[in-house]
Design a protein around this ligand. Structure first.
Ligand code: ZN
Length: 480
């Protein structure tokens, strides 16, 4: 099935054919690690993680190389480190760990490469030197600037005419700039700020050059896909493109440019339970990662997404329905002694194709349509399960198709019973497990009054117990 992707440069949806199907390359601009990341920062993380998964499915896991950078040299980092009286690495290590933990909780696979600016400094200095050699950059007053007049295509990606870019840049044009649109590649550090050696004096790189140097170093030009938030098109990606093409003397920097829409936080629409929580790591204390991931993929990635409490609640309910189906299949199959563990691979594929799931995903990641396909499969299993004499082989195939599709998107990766226990803390879990064990003992000893007493205790904890042939399972009851 051919993957088609919307390309910002050509402003069209095109068939995606990698340069080399054995080596598919993708780069996505990552975080500046100076604080806990906002939920909006995780929209590109989840969107491009989904694309990474689709590419791996299409071309094989080993063929896809995905790099996402970490900006660990920045004014905001310097300020935080100075405020705390610690080296910048203390700040960046702390918030990079938090960022990676949040990304993992949201189901994002680890990128193949996660280059950091502090570890790429030699390549950055070398690339700036090459830009000067190629006549595309100049040194002035301790700075090195990119000469936008040396790149006739400057403005092509964002579609901005040069006079508009000049008007935007005119507000505060540094005297050492030859042209108002020229941008910084290297600059001197202020007193007490970290600095690195360079042929133009000690200092540090501008933001844009890091991505070009990292792409060249870890992936090589041109790459197949360059991604990021829509706010990065200008100036960041426009500048990356200009640097990369002039340094390597190539026409193409990235074959596809992909940008996700904004995540709009409407505070007045936030539910009371959610308050004004905007940090991913706080949201993750209230909601399962899969529910937040689902909410982030609820709209098409190119459209703006209205973020509010109801969106996450809806996502949670959608996942509850899917997990409930898995619980029910297990329970009914257990009751009837049916086996649903051995699906027929060919029939699984047939069910997948009939649901339209892959067709939706390869159509520029149409996630709303892919979610509908999951529910089409769910309805098929439900219908079969309700029959007096269900076709268990068909249920096994459809259930496997549902799991395969959902797993590809990073969902249904938990044990279904554990999903419904998610709202319980560890103390409560331990207490419930102990009560259930005591109840099983009482029942085995035919001590019915004791078993009843424990059942009442469990009900008081808002716990529902379901007895099955392989023992009891439990969940936290829905709050009404
Ligand atoms: Zn970048």
């Amino acid at each position: 099935m051919t993957l088609s992707l919307y390309d910002t440069m050509s402003r069209s949806k095109r068939a995606f054919v990698p340069r080399d199907p054995q080596r598919v390359t993708m780069y996505v601009c990552g975080p500046t690690v100076y604080n806990f990341a906002h939920i909006g920062n995780f929209r590109p993380v989840v969107v491009f993680d989904l694309l990474f998964r689709v590419l791996r499915h299409q071309f094989g896991d080993a063929a896809v190389l995905y790099a996402a950078n970490v900006t660990d040299v920045d004014d905001k980092i310097n300020k935080k480190a100075a405020d705390e009286g610690v080296p910048i690495s203390a700040v960046t290590d702390r918030y990079l760990s938090a960022y990676n933990a949040d990304a993992a909780a949201l189901g994002a696979l680890k990128p193949t490469f996660q280059p950091r600016v502090t570890e790429t400094m030699d390549a950055i200095v070398e690339m700036i030197g090459r830009l000067i050699e190629n006549g595309a950059a100049y040194a002035a007053e301790g700075h090195v600037l990119f000469d936008t007049q040396a790149f006739p295509d400057y403005g092509k990606l964002s579609g901005r005419p040069m006079d508009e870019m000049i008007a935007g840049a005119r507000v505060d044009v540094a005297p050492y700039k030859r042209h108002p649109a020229d941008f910084v590649l290297w600059k001197p550090s202020k007193a007490n700020e970290p600095e690195w050696e360079s042929p133009w004096g000690p200092g540090r790189p501008g933001w844009h050059i890091e991505c070009s140097a990292m792409i060249e170093q870890v992936l090589g030009l041109p790459i197949d896909i360059h991604g990021g938030g829509i706010d990065l098109v200008f100036p960041h990606h426009e500048n990356e493109l200009a640097q990369g093409c002039c340094a390597d003397k190539v026409d193409t920097y990235a074959r596809f440019w992909m940008h996700n829409g904004f995540l709009n936080m409407a505070e007045e629409k936030m539910s009371k339970s959610l308050g004004n929580v905007a940090l991913a790591h706080e949201l993750l204390q209230t909601y399962p990662g899969e529910a937040i991931r689902w909410a982030l993929l609820a709209g098409h990635y190119r459209a703006p997404l209205e973020w509010n409490g109801e969106l996450i609640e809806q996502a949670k309910r959608a996942l509850d329905r899917l997990y409930q189906l898995l619980v029910d299949v297990g329970r009914v199959a257990g009751d009837k002694g049916a086996d649903v563990s051995g699906p027929d691979a060919a029939k699984v594929e047939k069910h997948l194709a009939a649901s339209g799931f892959m067709a939706a995903l390869v159509d520029d990641l149409n996630t709303p349509s892919a979610f509908s396909s999951l529910f089409a499969i769910l309805n098929g299993v439900r219908a079969e399960l309700m029959k007096p004499d269900p076709d268990w082989a068909s249920i096994a195939d459809q259930r496997a198709a549902l799991l395969k599709a959902a797993n590809l998107m990073g969902f249904l990766e938990q044990d279904p019973n554990a999903w419904f226990q998610g709202a319980a803390d560890e103390g409560l879990k331990a207490k419930v497990e102990a009560l259930i064990a005591a109840r099983a003992e009482a029942r085995a000893a035919k001590d019915w009054p004791e078993a009843d007493r424990i059942r009442v205790q469990l009900a008081a904890l808002n716990v529902e117990v379901m007895d099955g042939p392989t023992g009891a399972t439990w969940r936290i009851k829905e709050q009404v």
